[in-house]
Design a protein around this ligand. Structure first.
Ligand SMILES: Nc1ncnc2c1ncn2[C@@H]1O[C@H](COP(=O)(O)OP(=O)(O)O)[C@@H](O)[C@H]1O
Ligand SMILES: [Mg+2]
Length: 461
């Protein structure tokens, strides 16, 4: 008979202890350890079945024959590194309501044209899934649906059906009856994921697990879940905006910095090939406090608008708010503008926003943030059709950024007429014919050149 063991497991990080302790020594959370009684040994020691038991000469290894399954969209495939690798285990994580079930139903429906696809819904009934499929106008009839939480039953049925592709929605809602803990807790999530990993590798079933993230943005359950799977996809966006970004945060079979941008519509997720349009406000004319920058996400360059609002404060300590931007960087830029340029914001509340609900912590946005703040403070319209790219150093110097050519190309593509970039950036001479390029050494230079020109552009309301 299986041995009954008891251990205390941290619900935040998965650290296990033989006795109760108030504070987890691993992640320092208080009161997060819960007793778990288990009759099973962890299966994690037996995961080496995929490795061969002899050495191979590197020259004899041919990786070009890794078989991949194409999803319903090229952009989705590029996030995966070219499609789903057959027999791989993928975790799709994201906040509840972000669209994980929607995108997977779309993918499952598409894949079911050529493959046997099983979709196990542990959170909804098969009728709810059918209703969603109807709303999304998914017509294909071959998709296999199962509403079940018990992993033993799921595994039995998978053995019988032998699908090529399996979706488990979600890993937190299934349980293995051999463990006494409830679905969603650390040992269940880990055990179920390990069992599904064995299934994926032994039977060559490409498997996607849906994983919810908690409010801190971490995948609920142990960090080990991320270590178990081959690929971690993160589906993100703002509830109040309809765009969604799919990114790989870990990928054993490709790069992990590629993104795909989707729009959530009534009929499902639609790919957006030119995401820049999403993040620019509807303002046709320039207004004080708004400038553009170019940010890079994987192989994509997105032109994004940065808006700033500077107003008098009624507090002793003025407010600083940064939406979608690095709060500390914004504070640093304010300090640089005060110390190196001579502005004084001590009596002003300051709000800075990356338009459209996008988030980016790229230092290349510094110059645009500074220009938006200055333009609002001075109530001056910045020069029209201009993009500001550059990191600002503590001495006020504009520093080089990576992938400048890609950023410039995107500006040209979207019809911008001028870019302000760091002074010593090397760019191909052709670019100077396509767009006016202003190279600034100090943030003060950029402000002076932009605002002097901007003064001439002051609109009469
Ligand atoms: N009738 C509808 N019209 C448009 N969008 C809808 C409709 N019903 C649901 N949605 C969108 O689908 C989202 C829920 O998607 P879902 O795939 O269930 O999320 P998840 O599986 O990540 O929890 C909602 O937040 C909403 O944006
Ligand atoms: Mg769901």
């Amino acid at each position: 008979m299986a041995k009954v063991t008891s251990k205390w497991v941290c619900q935040e990080c998965g650290h296990a202890s033989l006795s109760y302790i108030g504070k987890c020594p691993e992640c320092n959370s208080w009161g997060s350890l819960i007793e778990e009684i288990s009759r099973k040994k962890s299966a994690s020691q037996n995961l080496s079945s995929e490795t061969e038991n002899s050495f191979s000469l590197i020259s004899n290894i041919d990786h070009s024959n890794i078989e991949r399954i194409k999803s319903f969209d090229k952009e989705f495939d590029s996030v995966l590194g070219g499609g789903f690798v057959i027999g791989s285990l993928i975790l799709l994580s994201g906040e509840p309501g972000i669209g994980k079930s929607t995108i997977l139903l779309q993918a499952a429906n598409h894949l079911s044209r050529n493959l046997k696809v099983a979709y196990v819904t542990a959170e909804e009934s098969i009728y709810q899934v059918k209703l969603r499929a109807q709303r999304l106008n998914l017509q294909d009839k071959n998709l296999l649906l199962l509403a079940e939480n018990n992993l033993e039953i799921i595994l039995d049925l998978i053995e019988k059906e032998k699908p090529d592709f399996l979706i488990i929605d979600s890993i937190q809602a299934i349980y293995h009856p051999e463990l006494e803990s409830t679905a969603g807790n650390v040992s269940q999530v880990r055990e179920c994921a390990n069992k599904l990993l064995r299934l994926a590798k032994d039977k060559n079933i490409t498997t996607i697990l849906v994983g919810h993230v908690n409010k801190e943005g971490l995948i609920a359950g142990p960090k080990v879940l991320e270590h178990i799977v081959d690929t971690v996809l993160y589906f993100e966006g703002e509830k109040f905006h309809n765009f969604r970004i799919l990114r790989a945060t870990k990928n054993r079979f490709g790069s992990s910095d590629e993104i795909a941008v989707f729009e959530m519509k009534e009929t499902g997720l639609k790919i957006i090939l030119n995401p820049s349009f999403l993040f620019m406000s509807q303002n046709k004319d320039s207004v004080p406090g708004s400038t553009y920058s170019a940010l890079v996400e994987g192989s994509k360059t997105i032109i994004a608008e940065i808006q700033a609002l500077v107003g008098g404060t009624s507090y002793t300590t003025p407010r600083r708010v940064a939406n979608g931007l690095d709060y500390n960087r914004v504070l640093q830029i304010i300090a640089i503008l005060e110390r190196r340029v001579g502005f004084n914001f001590s009596k002003h509340d300051l709000f800075v926003n990356l338009v459209g609900g996008l988030s980016s912590y790229e230092p290349a946005l510094d110059l645009s943030i500074a220009m938006s703040i200055v333009s609002c403070k001075q109530d001056v319209i910045p020069i029209k059709k201009t993009v500001y790219i550059g990191e600002i150093g503590l001495t006020g110097e504009i520093r080089e950024v990576n992938q400048i050519e890609n950023r410039i190309k995107e500006c040209i593509k979207l019809g911008f007429e001028r870019i302000v970039i760091p002074y010593n950036t090397e760019i191909s001479s052709n670019r100077f014919k396509e767009i006016e390029i202003i190279q600034g050494k100090k943030v003060l230079d950029a402000i002076r050149s932009s605002l002097t020109t901007a003064q001439k552009n002051l609109a009469t309301p």
